[in-house]
Design a protein around this ligand. Sequence first.
Ligand code: TRP
Length: 373
Amino acid sequence: MKRAVVDPYKVKGEVDYNKLINEFGLEKIDNKILKKIEKHAGELHFMLRRKIFFAGRDLNWVLGEYEKGNKFFLYTGVGPSGPIHLGHLLVWYFTKWLQDKFDVDLYFQFTDEEKFLYRKDLSMEDVQKWLNENMLDVIAVGFNPDKTHFIIDTKHAGILYPEAIKVAKKITFSTIKASFGFNDSTNIGSIFYTSMQTVPSFLPSVLKKKKIPCLIPHAVDQDPHFRITRDILPKLGYYKPASIQCSFLPPLEGNLGKMSSSKSNKAILTTDSPEQVKKKINKYAFSGGQPTIEEHRKKGGNPDVDVSFQYLRYLFEEDDNKLKQIEEDYRSGKLLTGELKKYTIEKINNFLKQHQERRKKAEKLIDKFILKI
Ligand code: TRP
C-alpha cells in the first residue's frame, strides 16, 4: 500500500489513523480523557463514543484548566471555496455540542484569502459568494449567537494583520515548505497564510488582555498548521492551543480520502433536495453488499466499507443500539443493501430538512454573528 498523504491541501490514499497518530505525534483520546469530558458534559457525544474524534493535543491540560475555572474558548473555521457538505457538518455539529455543554465562546474563522490564494480556479468574487453561502450553513448549525464570533480574514484584516506579522516573523520558509509540500514556485501569499490561521487561537487573549486557553476542533488534515501554531504561541507569551481531531467522513465512492465540495457528485451538500440525496446514495454510495441478493443472504455485507453504514455511524444514527443492530443485520445478510440505503436516505433527509429550515432564516442573523471590535 502506498503511503497516504495527509496535509491541509492534500488527502490522498487510504488513511491509517493509527499511523497518523504516530507520524503527527498526536495523543489518542483515551478513557481518562473521555471520563473528564463526560464529567463536565454530563454525557458523551456519540462521535466521542465511536472514536470519530479520535485524537487531540493537550486535552488533559485544557480540561484541567476548565476544572480550575479557567475556561477555554473554541476555535474552528472554514475556507469558503464551495458548497458545504456533510464532512464539514460533522465537525461543526460536534463543536456546537462542545459549546453547549461547556458554555463557551466560539471564534469561527472564514479564510477567504486562503482559498483565493490556493485555488487557481477561484476569483475573489467566487470566494465572496461562497463566504456568504457558508456563513448561512454555520449559522444553521445552531451556534449560540451571543457566544459565537465570525472572523472573516479580509474583513477583519485590520485586527488580524498586526498579530499575524508577529507569528510570521517566527516562521521560516523552510518550515512552510516541509509542512505543506510547497516549493519555490508557490505563490508568496500561500506561504504567509499559516500565520493568519494561527491568529484566532490567541486573538481573544489579545482582545481581553489575558491568557485564555483555546480548544480547536478540526479534521486531522489541519494539524500541520496547528503544529506550527503550537511552536510559536509560547514564544509570543500565549498558551499553546489544545485540539480535538476527527477522521474524514468517506466520500460517496468509498473509504478513500475525504469528502470534497469540489467534486459535488462525490459529496452530499447541505442544500441537496431529498431527491438529490436519494439519487446520490442510490447511485454513488459505495456498497459493502454482495452483487446478488442470494449471495448477500449467504455471505452477508461488509459495513466497514459500506458508505451508507458509515454515514449512519458518523452522523445520522445517534442511537448506539440501533446502529449495532443494523451492523449485525448487515453482516449476517439479513439486511439488504437497498434496505440500508433506504434507511440512510431517510435519516439524511430528516437531518437536512431541519438544517435547511434554519439555513433559510440565517441571512438576517449574519450581522449578529460577525465579530465586532
Ligand atoms: N484551513 C481551513 C480550510 O481549508 C479553514 C480553517 C481556518 C480552519 N481556521 C481553522 C479549520 C481552524 C479548522 C480549524 O477549510
